[in-house]
Design a protein around this ligand. Structure first.
Ligand SMILES: [Zn+2]
Length: 125
C-alpha cells in the first residue's frame, strides 16, 4: 500500500506541520466506486426500472462529491489553531473570529500557549 493520499503541508497561520488526507476533488478510485455502486443499484432495481436504474449514477455521484468535499473541508481546518483556509478566502474577519473562538475554547492548544508566552514576554519588558 502506498501512502500517496497523505500530503504534508504547514498551517498558514501557526506554521504547525500538518498532513492532509483528502484532496479537493474526487480521485480515480472514487469514480470506480461510483461506477460499481451504480452497476449494483441498476442490477438490483432492474426488474422494476430496467436500464432506467442508471439514473442512480448522478445521485450517487453527488452524494460522493458532497461527502468528500465536507471531509476535505474538515481536514483542511487546522486542529491546533482552528484556522480554516477555505473560509479565509471568503471572509477574513469571520476566519479571525473563528480562530479566536477556537483558541478561547482550547486553551491547552500549543498555539494558544505560544500566544500567552509572547504576551508575558511583552509585559516583562
Ligand atoms: Zn494552525
Amino acid at each position: 500500500m502506498k501512502k500517496s493520499h497523505v500530503r504534508d503541508c504547514f498551517c498558514a497561520l501557526c506554521r504547525t506541520p500538518r498532513k492532509l488526507r483528502y484532496t479537493r476533488s474526487l480521485q480515480g478510485r472514487h469514480y470506480l466506486q461510483i461506477l460499481v455502486l451504480t452497476i449494483v443499484a441498476t442490477a438490483a432495481t432492474f426488474p422494476w426500472f430496467t436500464w432506467k436504474g442508471a439514473v442512480t449514477l448522478p445521485i450517487i455521484w453527488i452524494f460522493f462529491d458532497s461527502t468528500y468535499k465536507s471531509l476535505y473541508r474538515k481536514d483542511l481546518k487546522c486542529p491546533y489553531c482552528g484556522f480554516d483556509p477555505a473560509w479565509y478566502k471568503k471572509d477574513v474577519k469571520f476566519t479571525r473570529q473563528k480562530v479566536e473562538e477556537f483558541l478561547k475554547a482550547n486553551p491547552d492548544s500549543p498555539v494558544a500557549q505560544r500566544g500567552r508566552s509572547q504576551e508575558n514576554s511583552f509585559t516583562n519588558q
